[in-house]
Design a protein around this ligand. Sequence first.
Ligand code: GRF
Length: 324
Amino acid sequence: MADNPRAKVAVLVSGTGTNMAALLYASRLPGAAYEIVLVASNDPEAGALALARAESIPTFALSHRGMTRADHDAAMDAAIRYAGATHVALAGYMRILGDEMARKWEGWMLNIHPSLLPLYPGLDTHSRAIAAGDTHGGASVHLVIPELDAGEVLGQVRVAIGADDTPDTLARRVKIAEHQLYPRVLSEYVSRGYDADYLLERVAALALALPGTERTTSHGSPAFKLAGKSGKFFAHFSDRHHGVPHIAVLAKTSGQEELAQLCERDPATFYKPAYYGASGWVGIVLNRADVDWSQVEYWLERSWRSVAPKRLAATQPGREPEAY
Ligand code: GRF
């Protein structure tokens, strides 16, 4: 993991920023998967900003007062992009984001919430958990989508509720739990684009969505083919084979000419794999920061189409090739 490029994270805060501090100090441990490139706030007085400054982290503050939500979001977005962030971590950011901002960063923005989601989205989570007689509260890290506190949960930690707990005492322990959870989940999330198991599952989901396909192995590696004994292969998964550093999916091109063109046009994405390259297969590199999964989907479908019987291929609408 230490060899992979570190993700660049912008942290958005409104308060004291204890989660921001937990994220920051975890990022300074050896082998950390991310670095913090910006701490930004809608409250110029937020304690988190002072801490970030003291730790020499760039900061940005802009009060939302007198601004529309869209304008304020846009200013935050500009600051985040200017800082070169690849990911955003909300850590007690008390502004609800507009739909447009949430959609722009979908898949790249995480939030921490002090409850075991889907229980208790919104505020006053601890008093609600105590009032309901729950045995446990806790914290969740989730992806941000336009709907409040409703994106995919990436990790949770449970915190027992004692008979004497008040919302305050529970909140204090949940905070401690949050500080363990957030750096761990963020690290795992930004690292998974370099994890062969995760990448294989993403490829498999796309390959097996094509009609009449099955998963198998070929020379010990995962591969995808048309179903049945003599079904032809249309994708191979390659995990750093033959001394190349790539985790890749191999797909069929129309031949050597197209293969050479692809490798020349975009050498960060395409390469000519050992053995298979000789038969016109192209390698598409997956262990990189900015994989275009719709491009992967396009190549899997094209490769599948080249081996699928006409009847089967006709069931699948073709896609525009230009961009790929
Ligand atoms: C945390 O409880 C977090 O779950 C919620 O806001 C609080 C932020 O606290 N989203 P801090 O500023 O990190 O101490």
